[in-house]
Design a protein around this ligand. Sequence first.
Ligand code: HEM
Length: 292
Amino acid sequence: MNKFATRALVALSGSAIAMTGLTVVSANAAEETGECRVVTTGTADWSVRESFNNYLEGPIANGPAYKYHGGIEVRDGVETTGTKSAREFTWPVLGSEEGEVNLGGGVHWTGHNHYNGDDESQAADNFILDLDFSNPTVKFDGNQGTLLVDYKSREFIDTKTVADFLTGTQAELATITFDAPIDLTQESVTVTGQTALTETGVDVMGTFYPEGEALAPITLNLTNEVVCDAPEEPEEPTDPEEPTDPEEPGEPSNGSSNGGILGILGILAALGGVGAVVYNYLVSTGVIAAFK
Ligand code: HEM
């Protein structure tokens, strides 16, 4: 792999993105071709449902009261504050594709476990309520959207049966209606959506909520930047006898070419919309390519 050590990172305004005609393309496609793409970072606030967390940590499901597991446990970048109905989860944003924002991490809820013995391996088979959500995806089109999750949830049969797990990957848990359309060409996006349980979600939540029941609202706090990867250069065969001198004239140096393209892109970024036009012109005349 002869990849540039650094990527050219250029924060452009939404109008500059529009002027350069940049679209959101997949990371893989961008790496192969050296295209630019929008990289989205940030967080999402989604507590799933206040009354569910309240029930789980209260005297009915008794989540935190059991000997094993703490009722509600988070992992892989999800952060949580508060307890019961004040509990909140903040999910990490891993990136975006056209029309979707990908979140990471997971949350695990356990309750209704009547095992009190010393063999911890037995505890897992005694939680009648055992629910896990991970890697949520927010799909959007205008101000309508869908919330997808990987889930694992024990089916609710009755109050005595530890049932088998229902599982799903990127299953539609809820529909979303946002208060504004999501526009990933804006550097900063904060948008809240109201969620409603899907038919799939009814079984995932133990059939205690009907289809259409409101879950907690979801708020996306996003930052979008344009990142350009230089295309991969073909490996040049080197003579193992001949020591290579990075300073020797004629030897391409990653440092200087990176400096060149970073410098040009940095100036263009500073110029904003005008810079975008100049950038397009340099690409069309091959000047930018000379630095790659
Ligand atoms: C021993 C087994 C279970 C018992 C005795 C039980 C009992 C209850 C009771 C009494 C309520 C009403 C709580 C309230 O009104 O405050 C409730 C609510 C609920 N249960 Fe369970 N449950 C059991 C298993 C499950 C399982 C396996 C799930 C699957 C996720 C589940 C999910 C729920 C949900 C989502 C609610 C509604 C909470 C809310 O928003 O108020 N339960 N359960």
